[in-house]
Design a protein around this ligand. Structure first.
Ligand code: NDP
Ligand code: 8X3
Length: 261
């Protein structure tokens, strides 16, 4: 039996991509799930798939990490289901636009800061009382290669993910001695709804991001989340960069069958 069996796992951004795949992967380990995101029908689908995968329970509720009141209501609801959370996955977020600073829009910048950065600290603050003093408990913060390397058009998104990394480092220091571990899981290109959101539902443009290369899948990341959370209690995977083999660096992506320029 998995050492994660019967643990309680809270996943933000569980309606698609990494979060939905994580619900299934932790469900397959016998975990109880607490799923949040704004799109409730997609959350319900993720919860059903997680139950089919083996989750003893999969609960879901609307959550907007950009709103403190929504985060607090969500965690109050969690308290009615369980007195403890063993694994917190701060995954909600994404990029909005690929504009230069000169062309950037306030609404895109604000949405990115609110979800990727402030959302992460809000959810963590609210959930921590349910986590402290559980040796082996795990907080997994989803960062990005964008938090390590800046790229044109990525300014605010890259800043948010660099912020995620520093928040994770601060939190690890603050929680030292509690038995809780803090992991920054930083993926490269992964084909989810990420690019569709970034390019505001322009499916052709989103598709081109992964053209001719083999990106990571949501399942690759979910499997890695299970791995870090299932290490022995004394082992903390502090920071983990995970990229497609075709992506040697942010700007070095090997693409097959590309017409010569
Ligand atoms: P998806 O777009 O598929 O998933 C994003 C998830 O975040 C959705 O469930 C969405 O739910 C949720 N979300 C966004 N804003 C909010 C909000 N304000 N409140 C609650 N939930 C929110 O993309 P990914 O699965 O790829 O992205 C997951 C995380 O991984 C993000 O933080 C992203 O930045 C990061 N990442 C992605 C990479 C990639 O290449 N795909 C690489 C590196 C990191 P809903 O819209 O229903 O609220
Ligand atoms: C998502 C990966 O390279 O599009 O964080 O920023 S990237």
């Amino acid at each position: 039996m998995s050492n994660l069996a019967n643990q309680w796992v809270l996943i933000t951004g569980a309606s698609s991509g990494f979060g939905a795949a994580a619900a299934q992967a932790f469900g397959a380990q016998g975990c109880n799930l607490l799923l949040g995101a704004r799109r409730v029908p997609q959350l319900e689908k993720a919860a059903n798939l997680a139950r089919q995968a083996g989750a003893p329970s999969a609960h879901f509720r609307a959550l907007d990490v950009a709103q403190t009141s929504s985060v607090e209501a969500f965690v109050d609801w969690v308290r009615t289901l369980t007195p403890r959370v063993d694994v917190l996955i701060n995954n909600a977020g994404g990029a909005h636009g690929l504009d230069t600073v000169a062309e950037g829009r306030d609404e895109d910048w604000e949405a990115m800061v609110q979800s990727n950065l402030l959302g992460l600290v809000r959810v963590t603050r609210a959930a921590l009382p349910l986590m402290v003093n559980h040796p082996g408990g795990t907080i997994i913060n989803v960062g990005s290669t964008a938090g390590h390397t800046a790229y044109e058009g990525g300014s605010v998104y890259c800043a948010c993910k660099a912020g995620e990394l520093q928040v994770s480092r601060s939190l690890r220091l603050e929680l030292c001695g509690t038995g809780l571990r803090v992991v920054s899981l930083d993926p490269g290109l992964a084909e989810t709804e990420f690019s569709l959101v970034r390019f505001k539902n322009d499916a052709a443009r989103a598709h081109r991001v992964y053209e001719g290369m083999t990106p990571l899948s949501a399942e690759d990341i979910a499997e890695t989340m299970v791995w870090v959370a299932s290490r022995p209690a004394h082992v903390c995977i502090d920071e983990l960069l995970i990229k497609p083999t075709d992506q040697a660096a942010m700007h070095k992506v090997f693409r097959r069958n590309q017409a010569p320029a």
